[in-house]
Design a protein around this ligand. Structure first.
Ligand code: NAG
Ligand code: NAG
Ligand code: NAG
Ligand code: NAG
Length: 533
């Protein structure tokens, strides 16, 4: 049911006159140049680790290793990696990054040698002997992504090649993929396609822009504190659409709902186009891009300041800085993404608002959420569902209790809670200077000794003693990595696909996908053209 049809081959260009096509390509190339130049230093030099990852290093502390070792066919993984790498070699050459092309080619030869050795001796490759090769290659492929080699522009230039890849990839059993993390982050080609189509639409269709301006006249709603305000920070159009659509469809009062979406420069036009073309039962949708926020600068925001620091850059982008002691997933630059950190600046993003419900983009809504806005937070800033039913989701699990600052401030047995569906009282937030508390901790963590990964640990520090526990049925977690009790799912107001198996990916957990897909209109012409399903 979910197999990609062969009509992906259908030539895309036919649908547009050549002039339009080239204009769009031009615009996208410009956008790409802007993006690359913003990321400046990091992107312009090859930041590839040449040091092979020794096995003993990998074994140390990597929680993903166990699941990695149980994967069933390393040969298939090697083959998949090789075909992907070959495409990237072509792109790297086209982009004149010869150094990177050379490194990819060397790694391809290395992996091919392994395969041919195994073929000659007629016994399958073992995990042990291919582990280093697979990991080194994964790192390169990941770098390629960071260089935007799989962005929409490149996708179009290499349409033919990518199509072949697509077919090869879909035959692979990705659930057993050793590189779940990387597979999970490779945004599917269809999503890129959707972004490109919508961007084309936006720039090519003045009516759309006009309609968008007209809708903006609902401006009054955007700052009206008698409305129900929701915010999403996302670069994923389809996921955001599902959040908005599912909230709207399950709401008793959709005309009282306002969605505030923040995305990035690349997805800005596409998001505006999507939310103008479609309507969601009268729900108001505002789209902004974080690049427009003047206050979001390195003199105010520690994460940005830390990113300018070259040591931090090499830690996240090259990977050999600490002798490989830190597992690769902890060094994922995704965790530096400003869209991820915006959750700590909600009062700055919405200076006029008093209460906002924050939603992650990997959730789906099943019930009316208006009740959230009348819950008494008892003077607290953050209303969240606690996660310490399982003993391991307590503070000591996320923070470094060898550090005196942590030991002296936080109870190791304090209950963790979840980001993804949070009620924020912005009045209390401003009064308690919560952004200041966040800055304090983020600045203390410049050497990453307090915590390593993500936004939850700084969240636990920031909202310590300022969090009100909500009824667990408001926010049901785990649909992206584990089995969740079916009664919990049924009763849940918000279902969260946290974990790697996002419902829009092929590696999504099949039995949970329908809960999300229900809110996707697969018959929509744009989705059809981009071969969703
Ligand atoms: C950076 O942000 C601060 C605090 O919001 C603001 O006062 C300052 O003007 C901003 N700087 C620039 C260069 O925009
Ligand atoms: C908020 O906290 C920051 C950092 O801790 C501090 O510099 C600032 O003065 C505080 N602001 C207020 C209004 O208390
Ligand atoms: C935890 O904190 C201690 C004390 O600052 C530090 O020596 C140690 O390296 C930290 N652990 C990690 C894993 O960062
Ligand atoms: C929203 O979900 C409904 C219900 O499944 C679906 O019919 C509709 O097409 C969706 N709207 C969009 C814009 O995806």
């Amino acid at each position: 049911m979910r197999r990609r049809g062969l009509d992906f081959r259908r030539p895309v260009r036919k649908r547009f006159p050549n002039v339009v096509w080239w204009t769009v390509c031009g615009i996208l190339v410009l956008v790409l140049i802007v993006v690359l130049s913003r990321e400046g230093q990091t992107e312009s030099k090859p930041t590839i680790s040449r040091k092979p990852y020794r096995r003993d290093r990998i074994m140390e502390g990597v929680t993903v290793t166990d699941e990695m070792l149980s994967s069933n066919s390393v040969t298939r993984q090697l083959t998949d990696q090789i075909s992907l790498a070959k495409a990237f070699v072509v792109i790297a050459k086209e982009s004149n990054n010869l150094q990177f092309a050379w490194e990819l080619s060397a790694q391809i030869r290395n992996s091919q040698a392994l395969l041919s050795n195994a073929a000659t001796r007629r016994t399958p490759l073992t995990v042990g002997e291919s582990e280093t090769a697979i990991r080194d290659m994964a790192l390169l492929l990941y770098q390629a992504q960071q260089l935007h080699y799989d962005s929409a522009t490149m996708l179009m230039r290499l349409r033919a090649k990518i199509q072949t890849l697509e077919e090869q990839m879909s035959s692979a059993n990705e659930k057993s993929s050793k590189y779940g993390q990387i597979a999970a982050e490779e945004v599917p080609k269809s999503l890129y396609c959707l972004g490109v189509r919508l961007t084309t639409e936006w720039f090519g269709n003045p009516n759309l822009q006009k309609k968008h301006r007209e809708r903006k006249q609902m401006d009054a709603k955007l700052k009206d504190n008698s409305m129900y305000h929701f915010c999403i920070f996302s670069d994923n159009i389809l996921a955001s659409s599902v959040v908005v659509n599912s909230t709207a469809l399950n709401s008793k009062n959709p005309d009282k709902i306002v969605f505030h979406l923040v995305t990035d420069e690349i997805n800005y036009a596409a998001m505006k186009a999507w939310f103008t073309v479609n309507s969601f039962r009268g729900v108001a949708v505002e789209v902004q891009k974080f690049e427009d926020f003047k206050w979001l600068n390195a003199s105010y925001v520690p994460v940005l300041k830390q990113l300018q620091d070259s040591e931090t850059q090499s830690y996240y982008f090259s990977g050999h800085n600490d002798d490989g002691r830190t597992p690769i997933k902890f060094r994922n630059p995704k965790y530096l993404s400003m869209l991820n950190h915006l959750r700590f600046y909600i009062p700055e993003v919405y200076p006029a608002l008093k209460k906002v419900v924050f939603l992650d983009d990997d959730i789906v809504v099943q019930k009316d959420l208006s009740g959230l806005f009348s819950i008494d937070l008892n003077g607290n800033v953050n209303g969240a569902v606690e996660t310490c039913m399982e003993t391991f989701h307590r503070y000591h699990k996320y923070l470094n209790y060898s550090h005196p600052l942590i030991r002296s401030h936080f109870d190791p047995d304090a209950c963790g809670w979840a980001f993804g569906m949070n009620v924020f009282d912005l009045v209390a937030w401003r009064k308690r200077n919560v952004t200041g508390i966040y800055h304090y901790w983020q600045e203390r963590n410049v050497d990453r000794t307090l915590w390593k990964l993500g936004t939850l640990p700084p969240g636990l520090l920031t909202f310590y003693g300022l969090t009100e526990a909500l009824d667990p049925s408001w926010h049901v977690l785990g649909l992206g990595y584990t089995n969740v009790d079916s009664q919990l799912i049924e009763k849940g107001a918000v279902l969260h696909f946290n974990g790697n198996s996002k419902p829009w990916l092929k590696i999504g957990i099949e039995k949970y996908k329908p809960l999300w897909e229900k809110y996707v209109d697969y018959s929509h012409p744009l989705l059809q053209q981009c071969n969703f399903h």
